[in-house]
Design a protein around this ligand. Structure first.
Ligand code: B12
Length: 346
């Protein structure tokens, strides 16, 4: 595990950190001293500090300061959209940093992450960094696929995938190691104004077609009598990633139902009621859609209790947060389609 020493220290001192940050807050803000003895405020503050700490720990575990910075930038958006002063958050980070600096425990990586995050929060031009979860892109095939879809050459795109099929790349590997990195490139080219919206739409539609063709070459496992339902949460129009995941389940023998993009929460619940799937796979692409995921999963827990399906989530927004889905009642997060066959814990 990365940064093992710092993780042990932070874990061992977590209660001390919560106390330190809470108490020192009133040294920074003596005018707020009345809050100190309010048990409700104390619980909320300590809960917040515990959350920041758990995201810091998770980022250290993965050795990824970007993951912690993304959490902070995401939270900045949440605070701004609710008109909550950002200082409530940054003061906590500053005090957490002070604890690390004064502890004398060699928390240099933690200090580095906190400094990077504070600098990013102070910089209005910084926004969430897109993290591609595909760690093993098939670079030559990705590049030629990308070039083909940007030129609108669906035949070239398909020929490249046929070669991948012939070299025994599985459907989920094609989806994760070629399509995913190529589409992420499409996203950053669009974001930086290097391609038009039309080119991005073209890339998406060619991709949906080539994926469907690829399926014709797949060998399906014997049906396993297990049923899974897949849907994008309401408001999410990004359907390609979920399609690859749902197809991977179907190939593995599951009986899958795929509702596609932007399904109203009430209709997802109605479908759960009707077909009673063992697993519900939900996709969330933008962090703004996380509250919808929370409300939907709360409703599912409330309505179905112990009879509810296993709730699996994924998608760009969950990947940005490294799967740390604070207060959202899901059973598992999986970062990409290829990991489903090895990581699913149902
Ligand atoms: C194509 C695209 C669109 C298309 C989608 C078409 C379609 N039919 O799907 C359209 C035009 C609809 C679209 C719209 C928008 N988009 Co868009 N889009 C993209 C793009 C370029 C590719 C998406 C894609 O197909 N990725 C490839 C798949 C394979 O990857 P994936 O989705 O991550 O899926 C993998 C894993 O995440 C995981 N996974 C996914 N779902 C699930 C579910 C489960 C259960 C599990 C286990 C795993 C899992 O497995 C998948 C396979 O390995 C991305 C770029 C990007 N980085 O993704 C931008 C991107 C996501 N879009 C973006 C934006 C801003 C928008 C818009 C707001 C633009 C606008 N102003 O209108 C709207 C919002 C629409 C909405 N409300 O959802 C931004 C988001 C930035 C951010 N905040 O993070 C991105 C990142 C582009 C960018 N670089 O700026 N978009």
């Amino acid at each position: 595990m990365h940064n093992a020493h710092e993780l042990v220290v932070l874990e061992a001192h977590s209660d001390a950190i919560k106390r330190f940050v809470f108490d020192e807050y009133f040294t920074l803000h003596p005018d707020k001293i009345a809050w100190r003895n309010d048990p409700k405020i104390k619980a909320i503050c300590q809960d917040d500090i515990a959350k920041h700490l758990s995201f810091l720990v998770s980022a250290l575990e993965r050795d990824s300061e970007i993951q912690f910075i993304n959490y902070c930038l995401w939270l900045r958006g949440v605070f701004q959209s609710r008109d909550i002063p950002l200082a409530h958050f940054t003061d906590g980070l500053v005090l957490l940093r002070r604890f690390c600096a004064e502890s004398g425990q060699g928390l240099s990586k933690s200090l580095f992450y906190l400094d990077q995050a504070l600098a990013a929060l102070a910089d209005d031009s910084r926004s969430l960094t897109i993290v591609d979860t595909c760690t093993q892109p098939d670079i030559p095939r990705t590049e030629s696929y990308l070039s083909a879809v940007l030129r609108g050459q669906s035949r070239d795109a398909w020929e490249g995938l046929q070669q991948a099929i012939n070299s025994d790349l599985s459907y989920s590997a094609i989806g994760t190691r070629i399509i995913q990195p190529a589409m992420y490139q499409v996203g950053s080219l669009w974001e930086t104004n290097k391609i038009t919206v039309a080119q991005e739409h073209l890339a998406s539609s060619i991709t949906q077609n080539t994926l469907a063709k690829t399926l014709a070459f797949v060998e399906y496992e014997t049906p396993n009598d297990r049923m899974a339902l897949f849907s994008c949460v309401e408001g999410n129009h990004h359907v390609i990633g979920l399609r690859i995941v749902a197809d991977s389940f179907e190939i593995a023998g599951w009986d899958t139902t795929f509702l596609g993009a932007n399904t109203p929460s009430g209709d997802i619940i109605a479908m759960v009621r009707e077909i009673k799937p063992e697993l519900l796979g939900l996709s969330v692409a933008l962090t703004q859609q996380l509250p919808t995921l929370k409300a939907l999963t709360d409703d599912i827990h409330r309505e179905f209790g112990a009879d509810r399906p296993f709730i699996l989530v994924g998608g760009l927004a969950t990947n940005q947060l490294g799967g740390m889905l604070d207060n959202i009642q899901v059973d598992q997060w999986i970062p990409h389609a290829q990991a489903v066959s090895t990581d699913l814990k149902i």
